[in-house]
Design a protein around this ligand. Structure first.
Ligand code: DQA
Length: 148
């Protein structure tokens, strides 16, 4: 059976396409989901793609991932810079994880330069727009013992 990669998107990413396109690009989250499913399939992975505006829901998904997923890709959006709860959930679930950002957070306002989540992630991809999600799938495929 193909390994499942859980892709979690945080708050306001449901607005992609119309949300600050000069920063985040013109692709919708649905477009990105389709890209991820296709890239995952090519690598023998099943992609479970989700978005939530609620921190508690994201924490619950990470806790549940222990049973259902082989790895996690997460764009925590604004929670990147605020959420010790998401960091703790990732540390507790002990799965390989990749943090992804559409924009280069280090080129932006200073409050975006710090990520709590990076402490738990195997690696970070930032600044490549929607393409970053494909890169993250490739990166996580290499981290999974069962995936090719
Ligand atoms: C983001 C960067 C965050 O600073 C911001 O709050 C987001 C999106 C990105 O993908 O570039 O919502 O995670």
């Amino acid at each position: 059976m193909a390994a499942t990669v859980l892709i979690i998107n945080g708050p306001n990413l449901n607005m992609l396409g119309t949300r600050e396109p000069e920063v985040y690009g013109s692709r919708t989250l649905k477009d990105i989901e389709a890209m991820c499913i296709a890239r995952g399939k090519a690598l023998g992975l099943t992609v479970d793609f989700r978005q939530s505006n609620a921190e508690s829901e994201i924490v619950q998904w990470i806790q549940d991932a222990r049973q259902s997923s082989a790895g996690i890709i997460i764009n925590p959006a604004a929670y990147t810079h605020t959420s010790v709860a998401i960091l703790d959930a990732l540390l507790a679930c002990d799965l390989p994880s990749v943090e992804v950002h559409l924009s280069n957070i280090h080129k932006r306002e200073e409050f975006r330069h710090h990520s709590y989540v990076s402490k738990a992630a195997n690696g970070i991809i930032a600044g490549f727009g929607a393409k970053g999600y494909e890169l993250a799938i490739e990166a996580i495929a290499d981290l999974l013992p069962t995936a090719k």
